[in-house]
Write a protein that binds this ligand. Structure first.
Ligand SMILES: [Zn+2]
Length: 457
């Protein structure tokens, strides 16, 4: 998100003092929590979320209920689940903007990791293949600020506001801290049905596809459904909207705040449709039917990606980047905290391809700050070296992929990125799997290539 922002080096550079100031003191909780593990199967699997919320007159406060059904895919029994309440980073723990109460289907523990994690112990261990459901009442109060979770005047942005299940894998439970510099979000592909009861005067762009029905007087009930997405985001406000459909058949809705012109919206609509089709041609058809682009010229970052929903400045480069995340992070997931390059470098590389940039000679500009600096470093590292995050993960990262293309040849590189996306569709990418996929396409030993480009794992 936003942070992720990144996208535009200039924007990031301008914001650097802010991001540095805001970054949480890094990292004590950098790694997955210890716990059992060794069972590599990612679980709880196949989450299915049902959410019903009522917004107040402004769209800044939402209350209601959420439940999630899930299956234990692992051989190791599942004795608990964790909810990630990511936006509690924006509060003053234990005072939180996202409040979960009246938990059913398990016993809630105390909030952990700066109020961003809540353990729910299940009534009995779930065996492999067995399913469970937890439910809870939910209250969300959006704070001030043109942010991925915040409001810019009467425009409210609710990224990462809905609690999502944490992932358990070979490393145990992933309970990494929130990062304001980028993303910590790691979740499995999930199904969502979200009902938003809101004033009819407010538009609510959202993940998925939406249908409206009349609510009580002056209100509309919007039901958004989405399949195989990793998160759900929405916005609320008196947005103006411009819509169109790409030649490839993707519906795009561009929402804008009052300070952005219709001309800018049309330009961004044209970028969105072209970029979505270009990315789809390279990596596989966009599976979500439509995409919402929400424009605000006051975001302190270039853009932020959510499934079927992106926040953006009026910047075609940032928009092409955020839409590339639909594939790299969205369709092909990754552990964004421990391997941010797997979505950021790839999204920037896809943006270059879309713009016709070949990255010729780009590696000549690489200059490492230290022997510890690597493209594959985690957000724990980048939170402690935030001034280098964009340069290395976005800039050097995409250049490394351009260099890989030069080693493999463009035909093999095209095949690699396409086939790798296909083989990880709705799954999770890892550095080791990407490296193996690349190696399988060439007789050249890539060991020294990975070493030179500082791609470890
Ligand atoms: Zn990004």
């Amino acid at each position: 998100m936003r942070t992720k922002i990144a996208i535009i080096a200039a924007v990031v550079a301008a914001m650097a003092p802010l991001t540095a100031a805001r970054a949480a003191s890094p990292v004590s909780a950098a790694s997955p929590t210890h716990q059992a593990a060794a069972d590599p199967t990612r679980t709880p699997a196949s989450p299915s979320y049902t959410v019903s919320l009522t917004g107040n007159a402004t769209g800044g406060t939402w209350t209601g209920h959420e439940s999630v059904n899930f299956t234990n895919a692992a051989a190791t029994p599942l004795t608990e689940v964790y909810l990630r309440l990511w936006d509690n980073y924006h509060g003053s723990c234990p005072s939180t903007p996202v409040t979960v109460t009246n938990v059913t289907g398990g016993t809630a523990g105390a909030l952990e990791v700066g109020c961003t994690a809540l353990k729910i112990t299940l009534p009995a261990p779930l065996a492999q293949g067995a399913s469970g459901t937890v439910g809870f009442d939910l209250s969300i109060v959006v704070p001030s600020g043109a942010d991925r979770f915040g409001h810019d005047g009467s425009y409210y942005f609710l990224g990462n506001a809905l609690p999502v299940l944490a992932v358990r894998d070979a490393s145990g439970w992933h309970l990494d801290p929130y990062t304001n510099n980028g993303e910590s979000f790691y979740s499995l592909a999930s199904d969502w049905t979200v009902t938003l009861d809101h004033p009819t005067s407010l538009k609510v762009p959202a993940t998925g596809t939406s249908t409206d029905r009349a609510g009580t007087s002056g209100r509309t009930v919007t039901t958004a459904t989405a399949a195989k997405v990793r998160d759900f985001a929405w916005a609320a406000g008196p947005f103006a909207v411009t819509s169109g459909t790409s030649p490839g058949g993707v519906k795009v809705n561009v929402y804008r705040v009052s300070g952005i012109s219709a001309t800018s919206a049309t330009s961004m609509l044209n970028t969105a449709t072209a970029a979505l089709d270009a990315h789809a041609q390279r990596f596989g058809a966009y599976p979500y039917g439509e995409a919402d682009v929400v424009l605000d010229n006051n975001f302190w970052f270039g853009g932020m990606e959510y499934p079927g929903f992106v926040l953006d400045l009026v910047s075609s480069t940032a928009l092409a980047h955020e839409l590339a995340h639909q594939w790299w992070y969205g369709i092909v997931g990754d552990d964004e905290y421990n391997s941010p390059w797997l979505d950021e470098s790839f999204a920037d590389y896809a943006t270059d391809l879309y713009q016709g940039n070949t990255g010729s000679g780009c590696w000549n500009g690489v200059s490492w700050a230290s022997s510890a600096e690597k493209i594959t470093n985690s957000m724990a590292y980048w939170d402690a070296h935030s001034g280098r995050y964009s340069t290395v993960v976005y800039g050097y990262g995409k250049c490394a992929l351009h260099d890989l293309s030069r080693v493999l040849g463009t035909t093999a590189m095209t095949k690699l990125t396409h086939d790798y996306a296909q083989s990880h569709w709705y799954g999770v990418s890892t550095t080791a799997e990407f490296k193996a996929a690349a190696q399988s396409l060439t007789t050249t030993d890539l060991t020294s290539f990975w070493t030179q480009h500082r791609i470890d794992g």
